[in-house]
Structures are given as C-alpha cells and as structure tokens.
Ligand binder design. Sequence first.
Ligand code: CA
Length: 227
Amino acid sequence: MNVLIIEDNQDIAASIYDYLEALGYTVDAAGDGVTGLHLALTNDYDVVVLDLGLPVIDGMDLCRRLRQDARRLVPVIMLTARDSLENKLEGFKSGADDYLIKPFALKELAARVKVLSERISRAPASQLQIGDLSLNVETHEVSRSGKHINLNPTLFRLLTFLMQNPYRVINREELEYAVWQDCPPDSDALRTHLSNLRQVIDKPFGHPLIHTVRGFGYKLTDKNAED
Ligand code: CA
C-alpha cells in the first residue's frame, strides 16, 4: 500500500512515516503543499494523509485542487490542530474523506488509513455491491434485493459513480463531472436525476441507500448515514 504524508511539522511527519513504514506500507512524504500536490498528482497513492496547516498551499486548498482540478479520488484523511466544528465541516466540503484532530494516536491514524484504503480496493472492479444493491459495470445489470432494475444511461453512470465511491460524501461538482464531464446540462439536472434514481433504487425498498448530506453533497451507504 502506498501512502503520501503531507505535513510540514517534521517531528509529526517522521513519526507517522516510521509508524506506517513499520506496518509494511510504502510511504512518501512532502513538507509543503506544492510538493505534496505535485506528488499526489503524479503518483498513485492508496491514501493521502494531509495536514490542514501547510505553507504555500494549505490542506483545504490542496484537497480542493486535488478533487476539483485533477478529479483525483484518492482517499484523503485530514489532520488538524484546530478543534472546531467549522474547520471539520470545511474539511469535508473540500473533499476530505476523514478527519483526525491533533494530537492523535498513531495507532488510530493507521487504523483509519487502512479503512480508507480498503474502501477503494474491496470490490472487484466490474461487480459493485452495497448492501442489497448490486451493479455490474460490464453487463449493466442492476438489482436490489434480487429484483432487477432498469436504468437509463445517465442514471446508470450516476449510480456507478456512487457505487464506486461509497461511504463518503460526494459533492455536486464531482457527481456532475462523473456523469457529464465538463458539460453539465444545467444546475438542476443533477437534482432531477438523483430524484429519479431514488425513485427506483430506494423508494420501493424502504431502507434508503442514497443520503443527502445537507450543504455538502450525497453519500451512498447501507449503514446509518451519520456514521
Ligand atoms: Ca502544519
């Protein structure tokens, strides 16, 4: 597993580096946002451990650029000393997948890095499964609780992206890009399609999988949406 640490505090960076390396991970480290962003864009990492307070480009900005400019979906865990709800919300808004307040136990960081990496690598690429919902990207078959579901190509692309990125908040821009690349039809189109998707994926089954995270985006999960 390849992990990138972007952290300007050398002591913290070194202790994370040593801990993860001892677990057998391949680790790269950057001490500033410019170097970190460059490494993140030019290498394939399983997880990025990103400090919020960085010189030149801060963690929030870096995460946003990684998500929006480069469309990178590598899981990001953000580290911060600032223990405020506002920062936490901003962090998720910028596209971070998880959040850890300093000081933290290295054991906890390692556990979260592992969870994030497994979200990406768990499923074989063609057959996606979340709870009782399954989708095959090659045969285009979609079913829930064994019941076959027909989707038009737009809804299929939308659901495929959601199922490839479960358990994390996905913002509107990411979803629009996944479905229409750089040419989303209009600002309401995504909402309309999501509503149509919910009609067939969720409504007949009682237990919804697509959750709205107010102010941030959407999350596909078979667990409690607040987890
Ligand atoms: Ca820092």
